[in-house]
Write a protein that binds this ligand. Structure first.
Ligand code: Z5A
Length: 208
């Protein structure tokens, strides 16, 4: 996969701390004088946020087909690339994504069982060369991740309603990506947020 300079991504199961770490990373880079654009997936652009509503709607549990799900995640991604990511990279800004194509590899590939070679081909079509030069997987056990999200007390969305073994397969998908691809690194996310931040910042700065 062709990668884009200054494009970074955080991945991990629910509750791994992506959003927390993304905010800390973006703030640290901004303090160093970098212009930073951050967004979440699915989402980050108006059309992509509308697709997010469809994807996460709990009333579609058991109704949405796996193929429709796969294509909708890619449709949301194609739009945010066009509107947000590519213009920011062209302007020399740093882009940080809260999830990107490795989520599709882990959730729709490893966990749902869709052929991962097919997903990689579709990813090439959707992203072209607009693919993160570094993805950091925040690795945590399913149990510990769940304990963190349960504390929020919100009703689970369609994906969050999946069982623990689904999320274990997601976790294994991420760890396989970190083993097999140089542009993916996994770090221990079951630590103090400051400790994780230091390691993450060092990994990103090594690329700048
Ligand atoms: N999905 C997919 O299937 N295919 C795809 O291609 C894509 C996505 C792109 C989108 O989820 C869903 O779509 C997701 C994957 C699927 N579904 N699932 N399940 P989302 O955007 O709604 O949710 P999320 O990405 O999983 O975010 P999250 O639940 O908010 O988790 P997080 O961002 O990793 O964690 P956080 O919000 O930073 O932290 C969670 C809590 O833990 C919070 O109270 C923090 O204060 C606390 N926290 C954070 N760090 C720590 C540490 N280090 N110690 C203790 N407590 C901590």
């Amino acid at each position: 996969m062709k990668t884009a300079k200054r494009f970074f991504c955080l991945e991990g199961i629910d509750g791994s701390g992506k959003t927390t770490q993304l905010d800390m990373l973006a703030a640290a880079l901004a303090r160093d004088g970098y212009e930073v654009v951050k967004f979440r997936e699915p989402g980050g652009a108006k059309i992509s946020e509308r697709i997010r509503e469809l994807l996460l709607d709990p009333s579609f549990k058991g109704i949405m087909s796996d193929k429709a799900e796969l294509l909708l995640y890619n449709a949301a991604r194609a739009q945010v690339i066009k509107e947000v990511i590519q213009p920011a990279l062209d302007a020399g800004k740093i882009v940080i994504a809260d999830r990107f194509a490795w989520s599709t590899f882990a959730y729709q590939g490893y966990a749902r069982g869709i052929d991962t070679d097919l997903i990689l081909k579709l990813t090439e079509m959707t992203c072209g060369g607009c693919f993160p030069e570094l993805t950091v997987v925040l690795d945590i056990s399913v149990e510990r991740g769940r304990a963190r999200t349960c504390k929020r007390g919100e009703a689970p969305d369609r994906l969050e309603q999946e069982k623990a073994d689904f999320f274990e397969r997601v976790r294994q998908g991420y760890l396989a990506a970190a083993r097999d691809y140089d542009c993916v690194a996994a770090i221990d996310a079951d630590r103090d947020p400051e400790e994780i931040h230091k390691e993450l910042l060092a990994l990103v700065k090594a690329k700048l």
